[in-house]
Design a protein around this ligand. Structure first.
Ligand code: AMP
Ligand code: TRP
Length: 328
């Protein structure tokens, strides 16, 4: 049995996952199963804060769960569930909202970014997004939370909520979580500039076909200063090179590093090589995904069973929280 503590993470149901999700989060979800009791959650309530993620919830939940399972999440040991199937989280959200100063929420860089992106839908839930996220983590008394680095302000927020709550009610029922990042905590998109994300359409899906993958890779922006094939390039500022380091052999990484700098290899060849290695690395995952996809009921069964197991823990924590506050 795992023993280093409990891990919790969540992600909004955005459907098929991209390389950013995979390298920034999913790889860690899978690796941490070895030493921790893990709980992974598809946060459908969080998805309701923005209009685009409110569409096709059921299909997006299914596609995402399929990616996670095919990537190596093992539902025998790990709990995999959908947030809204464990309604205790909404009660904890309400309770935590009463120990949260409003200014702290509106000051968060993640909130400012969201209102910039969604000027026509600045809703109450969007302000409370980090409170609901804290409730997710604290309901399961998670010690560690694997996420991409974009989530750092939210994890720090959750830690502060724990301290305020425990202090106000003179208790220690809530546990301060720590953030865990991978070696690539922020993956850039094919524009080579912004964080890889579906909303910017600069992403590469891990479940794409080899042909689609090659097409997207060929659009990747490399060293912007390298205009012609005969110009030497700088791998240090090239997003393709960053990803080569993850997916290509040390010999190839060394070759690309050397040859790019003296214009011995062009960006086209370089990207073809990268796409080949990326497709090879993802082939076992894609095969497993196709196999699991032949039996959709399996995925729904996993999620139902996960919710049942999660709910036992959630109800226990809520009993302790209510007692600590002195709710009647
Ligand atoms: P999202 O799809 O935005 O809900 O993110 C799900 C998880 O993937 C979170 O842990 C994010 O931090 C992580 N993630 C999303 N995009 C990236 C990216 N471009 N680089 C690294 N991690 C990411
Ligand atoms: N805010 C996270 C994101 O946008 C998703 C999330 C919700 C989450 N609840 C969580 C992540 C709990 C970790 C733990 O990606």
């Amino acid at each position: 049995m795992a023993s280093k503590g409990r891990v919790f993470s969540g992600a909004r149901p955005t459907g098929r996952q991209h390389l950013g999700n995979y390298l920034g989060a999913i790889k860690n979800y899978v690796a941490l199963q070895k030493d921790y009791d893990c709980i992974y959650c598809i946060v459908d309530l969080h998805a309701l804060t923005t209009l685009d993620t409110t569409q096709n919830l059921r299909e997006n939940t299914y596609e995402m769960a399929l990616d996670w399972l095919a990537a190596g999440i093992d539902p025998q040991k790990t709990i995999l569930f959908v947030q809204s199937n464990v309604p205790e989280v909404t009660e904890l959200h309400t309770i935590l909202s009463m120990v949260t100063p409003l200014g702290k929420l509106t000051d968060l860089p993640t909130f400012k970014e969201k209102i910039r992106e969604n000027p026509n839908n600045i809703n109450y839930g969007l302000v409370g997004y980090p409170v609901l996220m804290s409730a997710d983590i604290l309901l399961y008394k998670a010690n560690a939370v694997p996420v991409g680095v974009d989530q750092a302000p939210h994890i720090e927020f959750a830690r502060e909520v724990v301290r305020t709550f425990n202090h106000r009610y003179n208790t220690n029922v809530l546990v301060e979580p720590e953030m865990k990042v991978t070696e690539v905590p922020k993956v850039l998109g094919i524009d080579g500039k912004n964080k890889m994300s579906k909303s910017l359409d600069n992403h590469i899906e891990i479940a794409a076909t080899p042909e689609e993958t090659l097409q997207r890779v060929m659009k990747m922006v490399t060293d912007p200063a390298r205009q012609r094939r005969s110009d030497p390039g700088n791998p240090d500022v090239c997003n393709v090179f960053t990803l080569h380091k993850v997916f290509s052999s040390p010999e190839e990484v060394e070759m690309v590093n050397r040859e790019c700098r003296r214009a011995g290899i062009g960006c086209v060849e370089d990207k073809q090589l990268f796409a080949k290695n990326l497709n090879a690395a993802l082939a076992p995952f894609r095969e497993k995904r196709a196999e699991l996809g032949r039996n959709p009921d399996y995925v729904f069964d996993v999620l139902r069973d996960g919710a049942k197991r999660a709910r036992v823990i959630a109800q226990q924590t809520m009993a302790e929280v209510r007692a600590a506050i002195g709710l009647f």
